[in-house]
Design a protein around this ligand. Structure first.
Ligand SMILES: Nc1ncnc2c1ncn2[C@@H]1O[C@H](COP(=O)(O)OP(=O)(O)OP(=O)(O)O)[C@@H](O)[C@H]1O
Ligand SMILES: [Mg+2]
Length: 342
């Protein structure tokens, strides 16, 4: 009991100055008002006693509040608190309670975010290793077969060399994509924005892509915009975007056509790449921009895809303060579009 009183009083020590100040005023007043010495001493003793009792009560309450705060903090530290609603303080400490709850929530979100990043990093590394392994194993296999004697067999030697060569091309494409991704994500990719003639620019890209389309018997059509239309962007980075989107359109189309068109709006030019291909299931549309995500892994790998193309496209389009939109219907076709400033 005495120990508790001592703790209470020591907790209330912060109010000691105020306590002494008011007591001194009362006692001074009593000196002037009360003449009888015995009454005066009794009153002073009573004032001091009540003062001490009051300090004890204040100290007791303060102690209890501090203990609750302490137990909340230790609960957060020891992870025994899992929800912000479990953080409860006395009514008069509502704003402190709100602050602690918000701090708890923010910390939990930060930790979740870091965990997610860590998971993504591990996943990314696993994907990279897996994707590197495929062409390296293939090249190794072809070289070993050639060394084991196939090199002298006129019927297959060129075929194996061609295959090995194709895999080195895939490997080199994969490495270039990885370098791009890491440059974009570390903020090292320098952009250089200029106005350029979109018709000249796109017709040239379409010409370059024509042989690939022709090889698959797919019609590749460009519908030019109004003559002289200038759009604003980084030409060399945008070339990566167009090559990726048009290559995809051709790769994932069995028959029909791929069209590139520009819809002019008041402040923007909207560029659309439309195909009559296999389409993308609705549930996959939001995921195709993730690194290494492929709707049909086997099919995509067969056409030489690693699933990095659209991740790069998204980054570059967003660096242009734009957003890439996708509309697609299974078996009917897909349409990718984004806007560039006029
Ligand atoms: N025009 C399209 N039609 C149908 N599916 C598409 C189309 N474009 C993309 N996809 C789907 O989205 C996935 C991701 O595309 P992305 O360009 O990122 O990878 P990829 O083409 O497989 O490989 P990469 O571009 O890295 O060589 C593809 O694997 C494919 O399943
Ligand atoms: Mg692609």
């Amino acid at each position: 009991m005495w120990n508790e009183v001592k703790t209470n009083l020591s907790s209330a020590k912060v109010y000691l100055k105020e306590f002494l100040f008011f007591n001194a005023i009362f006692i001074l007043l009593l000196f002037f008002i009360v003449e009888n010495k015995i009454i005066l001493i009794t009153l002073i003793a009573l004032i001091l006693l009540f003062g001490l009792i009051f300090l004890n009560v204040v100290g007791y309450k303060r102690n209890r509040e501090l203990k609750t705060i302490e137990s909340v903090i230790s609960g957060i530290r020891k992870n025994t608190i899992n929800h912000p609603e479990e953080i409860k303080l006395k009514e008069n400490l509502h704003s402190l309670q709100d602050e602690i709850q918000q701090m708890f929530e923010k910390e939990r979100n930060d930790i979740e975010y870091l965990k997610r990043l860590e998971r993504m990093r591990t996943e990314f590394l696993a994907n990279v290793s897996h994707e590197l392994r495929t062409p390296i194993f293939a090249i190794q296999g072809y070289i070993e077969t050639l060394l084991d004697g196939a090199i002298d067999d006129e019927k297959v030697n060129k075929y194996f060399l061609d295959k090995a060569n194709q895999h080195t091309i895939n490997l080199s494409n994969l490495l270039n994509d990885l370098i791009d991704i890491s440059m974009i994500e570390s903020g090292e990719m320098r952009m250089s924005y200029r106005y350029f003639d979109i018709n000249d620019y796109l017709s040239q890209i379409i010409q370059e892509m024509m042989p690939i389309a022709r090889e698959k018997n797919i019609e590749l059509v460009y519908h030019p915009a109004k003559e002289g239309l200038q759009l604003f962007g980084d030409k060399s980075r945008l070339k990566q975007v167009f090559i990726n989107l048009i290559t995809n359109a051709i790769k994932y189309t069995e028959q029909g056509k791929v069209e590139v068109l520009i819809v002019e709006e008041s402040k923007y030019g909207k560029i659309i790449i439309r195909d009559t291909g296999i389409g993308i299931p609705q549930e996959d549309i939001n995921r195709i921009f993730e690194r290494f995500y492929r709707v049909d892994k086997a099919r995509s790998r067969a056409v030489g895809g690693t699933g990095l193309g659209l991740a790069i496209v998204k980054h570059i389009v967003e660096a242009h303060n734009s957003k890439i939109e996708v509309k697609s219907e299974l078996g009917v076709g897909s349409e990718f579009s984004f806007k560039l400033k006029k």
